[in-house]
Ligand binder design. Structure first.
Ligand SMILES: [Fe+2]
Length: 386
């Protein structure tokens, strides 16, 4: 008999302006908290969100320091710098504020205050022995779902690949979803990150580890993203669209943390390891290719995706209804001005065999893909969509 489990963060506080309850949430975890480390990035510092957080903490009598040097696609040395900063400061609690990169580094920093290095020994599944110090995560993009996942992705710059540290000891103790923090995101970032959330929900929904629990989250996330991403892209101040996108991205994160992703993310990590394109852009333009490839493995589920994205599939057979899901995604990408042609992104054909090899080598992701994938399949996809 096969047993399944569903894990997620135990407390998610969500509302416009939720940052104001940060001190209450900190005390709920440890009433004696005196020193708080904030892990973030230069962009978040620049727009004043770190100052706002520091003032709220100071008003509650807590000392805070910020490590705001996390780069996008963080490498191992970026994680080591954050951990060294944390060890010197000695916080009682860590807060991660930012996109997926900052939240991933915050997770690992909190964990490594109770585990011994070097961090590369933790690459893989469930190798972190001890729970870290209390961790609160606050996403500022609606996309990665990193706030509710148990993974930290790091770039191995020497071998030009991305590596994942997956452990239940990386889960946050509390997540604060404050959609107001996402208002300042420019349209192209809103588009890429929002599409990444749609990819998570889609890959998790059709993946072979999907369950009734993840299906419910994913299908609703797909529906919400289909109904709100265009509005958030066109008008960043749209409170309803921003709120819905942040909640949907979190729901997709809750699901894929339990199933893993699939071929789209395997290809995105392979291409992203060599060419520094944003993660959300990669997963976005790969989505219609990968859906077209995977559709045959589960047309019923792809037909349900089409309906969730607002397509009218009444009276058409399941194969065509499944095909409508790919058309709906292509139309969304067109509206978001994201090209789905690989030649738009300066990826030379000479690297296709290497990309295919690393894609198929991403076992954690490929083992959840609904259709088996060979290196020849990946090369064919790259060539067909060049
Ligand atoms: Fe992603």
């Amino acid at each position: 008999m096969t047993f399944f489990a569903f894990n997620t963060v135990s407390r998610i506080v969500h509302s416009w302006g939720a940052i104001q309850v940060l001190p209450d949430e900190i005390r709920r975890l440890n009433k004696d908290t005196a020193k708080v480390l904030i892990v973030s990035d230069p962009g978040i510092e620049k727009v004043g969100i770190l100052d706002k957080a520091a003032k709220i903490l100071a008003g509650a009598g807590m000392q805070s320091r910020a490590f705001s040097k996390v780069q996008s696609d963080p490498a191992f040395d970026s994680a080591e710098a954050s951990i060294a900063f944390a060890k010197e400061f000695g916080p009682d609690l860590v807060i991660g504020i930012g996109g997926g990169s900052s939240l991933d580094i915050a997770k690992l920093t909190a964990a490594m205050l109770k585990n011994t290095g070097p961090i590369d020994r933790y690459v893989g599944m469930e190798l972190i022995e001890n729970p870290g110090i209390p961790l609160i995560l606050m996403p500022t993009t609606a996309g990665t779902g990193s706030e509710v996942t148990s993974i930290c992705v790091l770039s191995d710059t020497k071998n030009q690949v991305k590596k994942g540290i997956v452990s239940r000891n990386l889960y946050a103790r509390t997540v604060l979803l404050d959609p107001e923090l996402t208002v300042g995101l420019p349209p192209h970032i809103t588009a890429m990150t929002g599409m990444d959330a749609l990819v998570h929900a889609t890959e998790s929904y059709v993946g072979i580890h999907a369950t009734q629990f993840t299906d419910a989250l994913n299908l609703e996330a797909i529906r919400i993203i289909g109904a709100n991403l265009r509005n958030a892209y066109r008008n960043g101040n749209d409170q309803v669209a921003r709120t819905n996108m942040l909640y949907a991205s979190c729901m997709a994160g809750m699901a894929f943390s339990n199933t893993q992703n699939g071929l789209d993310h395997a290809m995105a990590l392979a291409i992203g390891g060599r060419f520094h394109l944003p993660h959300g852009l990669l997963t976005a333009f790969l989505l219609p290719w990968v859906m077209g490839f995977n559709m045959v493995a589960n047309p019923e589920k792809f037909a349900k995706i089409a309906v969730a994205l607002g397509e009218n599939t009444a009276g058409i057979d399941v194969t065509n209804a499944a095909g409508a899901s790919v058309k709906a995604v292509q139309s969304l990408l067109d509206d978001l001005k994201i090209s789905t042609k690989l030649s738009s992104y300066d990826v030379p054909k000479s690297v296709f065999p290497d990309l295919a090899k690393s894609t198929v080598g991403a076992v954690r992701l490929i083992s959840n893909n609904p259709r088996p994938v060979t290196e020849a399949d990946v090369i064919k996809l790259l060539e067909e969509n060049y």
